[in-house]
Design a protein around this ligand. Structure first.
Ligand code: NAD
Length: 296
């Protein structure tokens, strides 16, 4: 039987509607709107698309994004740090996101580390990654957290399961491996130096592919009935010369073997934005002490 395809877009829409309901309820009790400031530096067209999507998605759930700023590509490091300091100190701001990549003259680490960890809605601040390592509450990185929500939506109990994460980046691979362990899975971490990837994926009940290699994982590498989450986003030119976006999973062959599979697009991507909104709302709840206001 072909795999069940998890529609990340539909799931994201439902979860965002739940967030919107929670925000409306808080507003109904007289609270201010949650505030998200997206800082976008320079004119990278891909960043423009991402920033507009985040802004629109935020507004749709009732988040105030009016403090978002588009800054000149010539902005100095000190000027940008000053803007972040201002947002850190602003009681109406719950989430701050610095859109990457930054122009070469800016030091991304110094800039990202300046964001107040409790407003770090991207969950990439070293303090939040440290909290994840220690199993403490904190804002979690969006794409890995989105992967975990998808596994949960698929009804997969990870306890005792063998999971493999393909890719060991700080953005995706490492945090998702920690999150899977937190849910009691036994985790294998594969990377570019791993020998015989197929031998490892074939014993896994859960495969999270985050290598950035088009269609690396094929049906022959998959244990029948397993759950396969495809994080990869790769733009390729297909054999007819058309540009296409594909994941790290060969969708057609894997769907014949896996039990659950996420597509690309409409898989993990929409969950990443949803988790950004979730983190902003979570930070808002904490800042305002709204204990009764559940999101999901
Ligand atoms: P990265 O380049 O930082 O890391 C890739 C990792 O994959 C490395 O650890 C590398 O060792 C490993 N790798 C490379 N080739 C491999 C191979 N043949 N076998 C096993 N491991 C291999 O990339 P990243 O930032 O972690 O992103 C990974 C992919 O996920 C990219 O396609 C990226 O576009 C995508 N991504 C998607 C979202 C989303 O919202 N859906 C978010 C972030 C990243």
């Amino acid at each position: 039987m072909p795999a069940r395809i998890l529609d990340g877009k539909l799931i994201a829409e439902r979860l965002q509607a739940e967030l919107a309901t929670g925000v409306r309820a808080a507003r109904g009790h007289g609270h201010r709107a949650p505030g998200l400031a997206v800082l976008w530096v320079g004119d990278n067209p891909a960043s423009e698309l991402y920033v507009r999507n985040k802004d629109r998605a935020g507004r749709n759930v009732g988040i105030d994004t009016s403090l978002s700023r588009h800054l000149s590509g010539q902005v100095s490091q000190n000027e940008l740090l000053g803007i972040i300091d201002g947002l850190n100190a602003d009681a109406d701001v719950d989430g701050i996101l610095v859109q990457l990549p930054l122009p070469a003259h800016l030091d991304s680490s110094i800039i990202l580390n300046r964001v107040d960890p409790d407003k770090d809605c991207d969950g990439l601040h070293p303090i939040n990654l440290g909290r994840l390592v220690r199993g403490e509450p904190g804002l979690r990185s969006c794409t890995p957290a989105g992967v975990m929500v998808l596994l949960d939506e698929a009804g997969i109990d990870l306890t005792g399961k063998t999971a493999i994460v393909i890719g060991r980046s700080t953005l995706v691979g490492k945090p998702v491996a920690l999150m899977l362990q937190e849910k009691n899975a036994t985790v294998i971490m594969a990377h570019s130096k791993t020998e015989d990837l197929g031998a490892l994926t074939r014993i896994a009940d859960v495969v999270v592919a985050a290598a950035g290699r088009p269609e690396l994982v094929t049906g022959r590498m998959i244990k029948p009935g397993s759950a396969v989450i495809d994080v990869g986003i790769n733009r390729i030119i297909d054999y007819e010369g058309r540009q296409r976006t594909v994941g790290d999973v060969d969708f057609e062959s894997v769907r014949e073997v896996a039990g659950v599979l996420t597509p690309v697009p409409r898989g993990v991507g929409p969950m990443t934005v949803t988790m950004l909104l979730h983190n902003t709302v979570q930070s808002y709840r904490q800042r305002l002490g709204l204990k009764d206001f559940e999101t999901w």
